[in-house]
Design a protein around this ligand. Structure first.
Ligand SMILES: Cc1cc2nc3c(=O)[nH]c(=O)nc-3n(C[C@H](O)[C@H](O)[C@H](O)COP(=O)(O)O)c2cc1C
Length: 367
């Protein structure tokens, strides 16, 4: 079982870095979020302050490397490279699902390396919601946290992936109740994250009500797990899975939409992720009042080349974000959350039909 999980993790890394597993016909929606340019920014670009506090932890910039991996030798190197870079830059990271190491202690070091390389950074443990519903208890949640001395536990929701995965676990009944149990029993904060298909307002509200302390929307527009699993299918026995992978390749709630749905519904911090690829998109997500921005695939791509490449990728992302903040006249993240923006196109249409207020964003700067 642990071997099978480790093999799956190795497949995921290979496929996500060598095949095109990005959304094809659906975008994140950030092209419909228009920040309003300021010809008079009245800001010294070099003095822009990107620091923030998330769940009582200080970040030098509002960036979290999303959960990616663990459980194989290659994953250990990837985790070490990411952890070293986030420690240096004062950011945070989530490890990938710790299931392989919970099943086989010998794989623990592929995860625990992150705390060794990042003694101060914000680190998030990771277990799938469906694992809790099927087999795990609070004991596994505690072990996952201890394994990396984590600051929080992320419970991931991946119904789309499980549908397309040949060995998928689709009995999701009871996942919500388990999340409730875990939030009550743990003394560390629980974050619930999707894995590329987004979270709606209704679900965010339910999660907040049972004590979840943060929501990572991980919407559609970036890495598609239907696509990743599509590339893992082989042979005639997986023909239906392959068809499902193609059918559901772009399934989900676009990231920009999911951010607004969740931010306007709950009072807990929201992490924006799913297809964020540059600092301008990061600025848009933060202007929509996300607390942090997360990226997986671009960081994985850099991490297979080594720590310097991860550092370069993250540093440039921060530089892009700083430039976007300059152009809208925001000296810090509080000001960025108050800049005017206009929502157009499919994002506006969706949000209006769902009863969300979009006019207030455009009027922010005119009071
Ligand atoms: C190779 C790979 C493995 C992943 N494994 C996990 C995982 O174990 N747990 C999890 O919560 N998310 C996992 N994710 C999902 C990411 O955390 C993220 O939500 C998703 O990839 C969307 O972000 P992106 O478009 O920036 O890649 C994985 C992503 C990739 C690319």
């Amino acid at each position: 079982m642990a071997e099978e999980t480790a093999k799956r993790k190795a497949d995921h890394i290979r496929i996500a870095t060598r095949s095109n597993v990005q959304a094809r016909k659906v975008s994140t929606g950030f092209e419909d979020i228009c920040l309003i340019h300021k010809a008079l920014p009245e800001v010294d670009k070099d003095k822009i302050n990107l620091s923030t506090t998330f769940l009582d932890h200080k970040f030098k910039a509002p960036i979290l490397v999303s959960a990616i991996t663990g459980g194989t030798t290659e994953a250990e190197e990837i985790n070490a490279a990411i952890a070293t870079a986030v420690e240096k830059l004062g950011l945070g990271m989530g490890v990938g699902s710790q299931r392989a190491a919970l099943d086989d202690k010998r794989l623990e070091r592929t995860f625990s390396i992150v705390r060794k390389k990042a003694p101060e950074a914000f680190l998030m443990a990771n277990i799938g919601g469906v694992q809790f519903a099927r087999e795990y208890t609070i004991s596994e949640a505690r072990k996952a946290i201890e394994m990396i001395d984590a600051d929080a536990l992320a419970i991931h929701l991946n119904p789309l992936q499980e549908v397309v995965q040949p060995e998928g676990e689709t009995s999701f009944k009871g996942v919500f109740e388990k999340i409730w149990e875990i939030t009550q029993a743990l003394d560390k904060p629980v974050i619930v994250k999707e894995t590329g298909a987004g979270i709606s307002a209704e679900e965010a509200k339910k999660l907040e009500a049972v004590g979840v302390k943060g929501i990572d929307v991980s919407g559609v527009g970036g890495t598609s797990f239907a696509a990743v699993e599509y590339f893992r299918t082989k042979g005639d026995e997986s023909a239906n899975q392959r068809k499902l992978g193609q059918l559901l390749w772009d399934w989900g709630i676009p990231t920009a939409i999911s951010i607004v749905e969740v931010v306007q519904t709950v009072n807990i911090p929201v992490i924006a992720s799913g297809g964020i690829r540059n600092g301008l998109e990061a600025a848009k997500a933060l202007a929509l009042e996300a607390s942090l921005v997360g990226l997986a695939q671009p960081v994985l791509q850099a991490a297979i080349k080594g720590v310097e490449e991860v550092e370069k990728t993250l540093e440039f992302l921060i530089e892009e974000l700083r430039n976007a903040m300059f152009l809208v006249g925001a000296e810090n993240l509080q000001q960025l959350r108050k800049v005017s923006l206009v929502i157009t196109g499919k994002v506006a249409e969706w949000l209006k039909q769902r009863g969300f207020n979009i006019e207030s964003y455009a009027l922010r700067g005119r009071a």
